[in-house]
Design a protein around this ligand. Structure first.
Ligand code: GDP
Length: 456
């Protein structure tokens, strides 16, 4: 999968910019650059130094550049790495890359720099994946989670537990060698205890996936309510812009509109929906069906109601229909600027339902509503849980590890022979290893690194 080639690619985005950075990695990275560089002899320079000079194709000057040197193994890929900062013109960049290829470099494949970093031991697999997440993170929270994973995150925790499990595995293997003599090198009680400990960590990580994933993707939030409740107006108030069409005629929000709202560093994907009442005309009916579908795919539901024109029983009926276990729910009374009635006092909301009154039109309590949205979806889960799984591949491996460990535990409770125990432990070790890449297959690596862009 890895070659001895020296690879080259543009590492900054394609297009015109003030500067572009071309990166080379491999045994000959410095020699190849040296062959087209005039200024000084790069082969005689120290690692982590920067040099000004010209890139020349024969006698033709292509550009004035700065060359940064990273001598193996002190580099991202652990190989010799050169970064050439040139002027950010497509023409110059292409000329330099073509020239380097003529001098012996080959064009890098997607993610190849990071793949080399992984294969040469600079990063483990979950850290390499975090690089991709970091590059694509578009909110403070997503950035935070990716950065934590890049800096070791849960791999460190898993590796410690894996080491302990390996210890038991080897003890049990040893028992197999002495099968005739019926000895036990592995203390069964301690093994049982270790399995309990690992399972707790696995449970915590598996649970964190739900929140980790929403942070990465954004929290799907549906604003639902009867026609004219003020859904479009609220959407505009939240986003501070005139995105949705506000209209006096009931049921004009025919299609769903999606917008992203950032609250305290978390992205909320807001979906404005058609009214939730049974519709008679077919276009509206499609909208209603879509609403129900969207609600089923969402993590947070904001039920908005017109506090002036809806009776307490109608509101309660809507809430009963919409409120589902596992879905964060917020009841929002709109048009508080018009309401002088005691309607809100008559309302009997089910226990545990958060409630707030606002005026979407007059922009009243909109900031408070944002804070409640954040509390309902994220709460304090972020503050005391730094370790977070955001990758579906990891959570699958964690679940399989947990299943294998539960087989080990069962084998300990209803004593099975050492060879069966050894098999189940090996299985658990295998799945744990898949996460950090201690165990990996070409297919798996192919799959992960193909998702990167070229130059990463
Ligand atoms: P939707 O059908 O739920 O999307 O409702 P709209 O946002 O289109 O609003 C319906 C009508 O209610 C419009 O005439 C809005 O101007 C009005 N409206 C929305 N929010 C408020 C509010 O807080 N106070 C008052 N007085 N009118 C509002």
């Amino acid at each position: 999968m890895i070659t001895n080639d020296t690879i080259v690619a543009l590492s900054t985005p394609p297009g015109t910019g003030a500067i572009g950075v071309i990166r080379l990695s491999g045994k000959d990275a410095i020699a190849i650059t040296n062959a087209v560089f005039s200024g000084k002899d790069l082969l005689k320079q120290d690692s982590h130094t920067i040099h000004f000079g010209l890139i020349k194709d024969g006698e033709i000057i292509i550009d004035e550049v700065l060359v940064s040197l990273f001598v193996a193994p002190k580099s991202y890929t652990k190989e010799n790495v050169v970064e050439i900062s040139c002027h950010g013109s497509n023409y110059i960049i292409q000329q330099i890359i073509n020239l380097l290829i003529r001098k012996g470099a080959s064009a890098a494949r997607p993610g190849e720099f990071t793949l080399r970093a992984f294969l040469n031991g600079g990063l483990d697999l979950s850290q390499a994946e975090a690089v991709a997440d970091l590059i694509s993170s578009d909110s403070a929270a997503a950035h935070n989670v990716a950065m934590n994973q890049l800096r070791g995150g849960f791999s460190t925790e898993l590796n410690v537990l894996r080491e302990q499990l390996i210890h038991f595995a080897s003890m049990i293997e040893l028992e197999l060698d002495f099968a005739e003599e019926d000895v036990e090198f592995a203390n069964r009680d301690q093994l049982q205890e270790l399995i309990g400990k690992i399972t707790l960590v696995l449970n915590k990580l598996i649970r964190s996936f739900e929140l980790g994933n929403v942070i990465k993707q954004g929290i799907n939030t549906v604003i639902a309510g009867r026609p004219n409740a003020g859904k479009s107006t609220l959407l505009n108030a939240l986003l501070n812009e005139d995105r949705a069409i506000v209209s006096e005629i009931a049921g004009t929000t025919r299609d769903t509109i999606e917008e992203v709202l950032n609250i305290n560093g978390i992205n909320f994907r807001l979906i404005d929906t058609a009214g939730i009442r049974e519709a008679t005309d077919t276009i509206e009916a499609i909208g209603v069906e879509k609403t129900m579908q969207k609600i089923n795919q969402s993590a947070l539901l904001v039920y908005l109601f017109d506090v002036v024109n809806l009776s307490a029983s109608e509101i309660e009926e809507d809430i009963l229909r919409l409120h589902k276990p596992g879905l964060a729910f917020l009841a929002v009374a709109n048009k508080m600027d018009l309401s002088f009635s005691d309607r809100l006092k008559e309302l009997k909301l089910p226990a545990g339902i958060q409630f707030i009154s606002i005026s979407a039109k007059q922009n009243q309590h909109i900031e408070e509503l944002k804070q409640l949205l954040y509390d309902a979806a994220v709460g304090d889960k972020l503050s005391n849980n730094h370790t977070m799984v955001t990758n579906i591949r990891h959570v699958e491996a964690l679940e399989k590890t947990r299943a294998a460990l539960s087989d080990v535990a069962e084998g300990l409770n209803n004593p099975v022979t050492s060879d069966f125990l050894a098999m189940d432990i090996k299985q658990a070790l295998y799945y744990l290893g898949l996460i950090t890449g201690v165990v990996s297959t070409d297919d798996l690596l192919e799959n992960i690194f193909n998702k990167f862009c070229i130059g990463k």
